[in-house]
Every structure is written in C-alpha cells, then in structure tokens.
Design a protein around this ligand. Structure first.
Ligand code: SF4
Ligand code: SF4
Length: 379
C-alpha cells in the first residue's frame, strides 16, 4: 500500500478510538459483535456504535489457553484472549457482547465470556430452508431488539429500524463497490490492502465517514493510485480466498500468495463478499432482517447451498484462476465443507482448489509457502 494511504488509515484508526471514548462519555452505547448473523442495524437504530470483535491476532491466544483447550479454533481463542486479558480497547468499550450459537466452540466460549462481560447470545437455527426455523429465528431477532433497547435505554420503532437498514445497505453497497474494483485486470488492489481497508473501516464510529472514505479509496484504486510504479507481473494468478474469516494479523496466507507474485483478488469469506448483501427496504424491518441474515452462506448452516452459488458467481465475475479454501484448525464445519467446495469447482470450472488448514502462528509458514507455490505453478 502506498505509504501515505497506509499512514492515513493508521491515523484514522487512532482517532476512532478517541471518538469512541468521547461518544461513550456523551451517552452513546457501544455494542460488540462477533458474527455476521447478528444484525448490526439493531445497534445503529439506537445510535449505538457496533464494533466487530472477532480476534485476528496470535498475541492474546496464550491468555485464552489458560482456560480454553489448545486445539480450539484460533479465532475463538484470540477473541476470548482479548477479553480475558483486557487488551482490546473495543472489547473494553463494549457495553454488551452479542454472540450467536454458530459453531460449538464459539457458543461454549460465550458461556465463559459471560462471567466477566454482559453477554447476549442469539440462538441461530442450523438450517435456512425450514419454515419452523424461520419462525424461531424471527422471534430471536425480536428478542434481540429488546436486549438492545434495554442496553441503550431507547426504544426501537419501525422508522428507526428502517433508517438503520437504509444506512447499512449504503455501507454494504460501497463495501461491495470497493471489492468489485478488483474485477479489473490486473487487480488495482492487493488482497492485503483490501483486507486492511475493510478491517479498519469496520471499526469506525461514524458510519457516514466510513462510507465517504470507502468511496474515496474506491475512486483512487480505479485510477491506479495503489499500484503506481509496480513492475508488471506476467505470471500472476488471480486467486479467490474462501473459507474462514481473515483480518489484520490473520492474513498470512494472503501475504504468502502475494510474496509469490500472485494476487488474492477476491474474498468470499465473511471478511469480504459474504457482507455484500442488501436487506429488503420494502418489507417489515424485522421480517427483512430475519430473512436476509439467516441467508448468510456460512458453513455452520446445513446444507449451505448459498455458499456454492456465491462462489460460482465470484469465480466468473472476478476471472478467477485458482481458489484457496482456508480452514482454521479446529473448525469442523469449514473443514468438512472443503470437500464439497472442491467438487463443485472441479465440476463447474475444472478448477482444483487448494485446501489449507492452519492457525494464527507463523510456525508452518515455510510449509505453507511450498504448498502454495506448487499450487500456483500448477494453475
Ligand atoms: S465464519 Fe460464519 S460463524 Fe464465523 S463469523 Fe463468519 S458468519 Fe459467523
Ligand atoms: S472459524 Fe469455524 S470454528 Fe472458528 S469461530 Fe468460525 S465457525 Fe467457529
């Protein structure tokens, strides 16, 4: 990333922490979210600040391992470690933590987290096609509304929720526009740059500022500002990353691919394109939120046809040469689903995916390099 853009993003992040502290002093609530299934619109409807809390760094994991099993998913350990060691300012600022019963490890971790932080866990069905599941899920979203009302001391009516949906749709729309820049060949943004922008903007207390910043960076990327002076890369492969979420600190696969001269041009995971949806603004807001959020195509759903549809669309639209399917150690749902991802890609596009299972440490970096290099050469 060009130095001035990187410095600016760093300054924006630092200023954002100050802004959040000031907003709290003025009475705004901060709501910590851990998963894409929880509608952030509910927080926005009461002018609270939603912050994404999934841990993406290795540093807090030893603190988590004093309580949690070592062979648990690193994302869960990192998230818990930040909380228990009180080393994440966003966790500290949160008035309440919102979890979901997604995978077994995460839902059991929230039980432990609830011992030192107010926590509400939304019960998530495991199927998207069952009418009883939708009825149950809608009731959970209604209940979630009352939790946010109690936390913030403000009522949420249809008008407030409708306005929050509109604002979040605009944010998702510009997020998607930024990601879509990389449909161009060569990709104007490196995968590491895209992840850094999306990650940092996700914490911003001022949503309107986040939207205008992404619009500005999208325009700059289209004009080639990020890659000015880059040497031409004749053998660069266009790679799509699918599977578990990645963020700053858990992006080692992205960095390895790019060190080897190829580009991660698109992210299908919930750090990327899984967030590129639109909530229906014409429906009852609770119905619309319930329908759209339950449709999130994550491997915790069984079956999870939406992920395959999304992958098919992205492989075509981003002119993808190869797919890396990333699984964090201990993540059974993505691990099992890797078989179906590879089968679909082979049958539809004749592409074999590279399935990698790793954690947040650097201990297997050399091994990963060898496997990724062999895969890129094969494409
Ligand atoms: S991968 Fe699935 S369970 Fe994990 S945060 Fe994303 S949507 Fe939630
Ligand atoms: S990556 Fe897998 S195991 Fe880890 S929190 Fe997400 S769904 Fe659970």
């Amino acid at each position: 990333m060009k130095e001035e853009i990187a410095n600016r993003l760093q300054q924006i992040s630092e200023q954002n922490l100050i802004d959040i502290e000031q907003a709290k002093e003025q009475g705004r609530s901060v709501i910590g979210f851990y998963c894409l299934y929880s509608p952030t619109e509910m927080a926005v409807a009461v002018n609270a600040i939603p912050v994404p809390l999934c841990g993406t760094r290795n540093d807090p994991i030893p603190a988590a391992e004093e309580t949690l099993p070592r062979n648990l998913c690193p994302l869960i350990k990192s998230s818990y470690g930040y909380g228990v060691s009180d080393t994440c300012p966003y966790f500290r600022a949160s008035d309440i933590i919102i979890g979901d019963t997604t995978c077994d490890g995460k839902k059991k971790m929230f039980e432990l987290m609830a011992r030192f932080k107010p926590t509400h866990v939304i019960e998530l069905p495991q199927s998207q096609n069952n009418p009883m599941a939708m009825e149950f899920w809608r009731a959970e979203i209604e209940h979630f509304k009352t939790v946010i009302e109690e936390t913030s001391g403000q009522q949420i009516d249809k008008a407030k929720l409708g306005a929050a949906i509109k604002l979040m749709n605009r944010e998702r729309h510009v997020r998607k526009a930024l990601m879509d820049v990389n449909k161009a060949k060569p990709a104007p943004l490196r995968g590491a740059e895209l992840i850094e922008i999306l990650f940092r903007v996700g914490f911003l207390a001022d949503k309107e500022y986040g939207i205008s910043l992404m619009e500005e960076l999208t325009a700059a990327a289209r004009e080639g500002a990020f890659r000015q002076g880059d040497p031409p890369k004749n053998r660069a492969r266009r790679i799509l990353l699918t599977g578990v979420p990645v963020g700053l600190g858990s992006d080692k696969i992205v960095n390895i691919v790019e060190q080897l001269g190829s580009d991660i041009v698109a992210f299908e995971n919930c750090s990327g394109y899984k967030q590129a949806f639109t909530v229906d603004e014409g429906k009852d807001p609770i119905d619309a939120l319930a329908e759209q959020y339950l449709a999130t195509p994550c491997s915790v759903m069984s079956p999870n046809e939406g992920r395959f549809n999304l992958l098919r669309e992205m492989v075509e639209e981003f002119s993808i040469d190869g797919v890396i399917d990333l699984t964090w150690q201990g993540c059974h749902t993505y691990n099992v689903e890797a078989y179906l991802v590879d089968k679909m890609l082979q049958e539809t596009f004749g592409i074999t995916s590279l399935h990698l299972e790793t954690d947040y440490s650097e201990s297997d970096t050399e091994q990963l390099k060898v496997r990724i290099e062999a895969y890129l050469e094969m494409l």
